[in-house]
Design a protein around this ligand. Sequence first.
Ligand SMILES: [Fe+2]
Length: 304
Amino acid sequence: MSAPPTAAPPGRIVAGVLAPHPPHLVYAENPPQNEPRAECGWEVLRWGYERLRRDYENKVFDVIVVHSPHWKTTQGTHVLAVPEFKGLSVDPIFPHLFRYTYDLRVDVALAEAILEEGRAAGLEMQAMRNPDFRVDYGAIISCHLSRPAWDLPIVVLSSNRAHFDFGNEVGEQLQVRLGEATRRAIEKTGRRALVLASNSLSHRHFTEEPAIPEDMSHEHIYHHGQYLWDMRVIGLMRAGKTRQLIAEMPDFIDGAISECKDGSLTWLLSALGFPEYPGELYGYGTVIGTGNAIVGWVPPVEAK
Ligand SMILES: [Fe+2]
């Protein structure tokens, strides 16, 4: 029998998670929302998410805030700002694995506060107010795997293209400021937030799929150099050396063709204030050869 939920004081990030979004993980879970059926697959990562959910089931959250690499915007950062979205999300690369019916609520007040804080920090921010907008699958998958009940409103931030258009250093600086703005908005609105960075680590992948997608005899890291990068980055996260990780991030992005190039992890670490305490590693595994780690940070609650 689990202990009753314990509520942290309001206006804070209760937990932050590196919560990667391979659609294969939802496919292998066979939830009712997803149409394709699987026999098995990618268990180590799925067991990692399971352990994360168990660790967090007694925490009180008001909202999930997620930054997704698959909502790519070119005019600054966009934020969902409509109370509800419903639809069918189909992964464009893996439509045979992910056709997911979603029905979600948005914390519009927090979204507006993030827009406001971002603008105050000099960032280009745009509200997404189209009720028929198709919510991206990266955000949906990270939210589903972290909290499949969909019992909380969410806020989704896009990834702007600054790393790609202006270079890694510029992109990183903007994501650090966006993370700070997100934290301020959470504090000012009094939300107890679960904050998710929806990205993989190394991101070279195979281009041919086995006849049975969940045939695990085909699954392994794409390249040893990618593995070495992933182990280095995981080591820094587990050692609480997130400022060193940020310093090395531009090299990691280039060396491992990392999905960190979309800024989600840097945004998360900035929102968390660059933790010097260890991140809890819940699992590491590959999906079509890409490196994926599930890592959680629970900031200590300071005594007042
Ligand atoms: Fe992705």
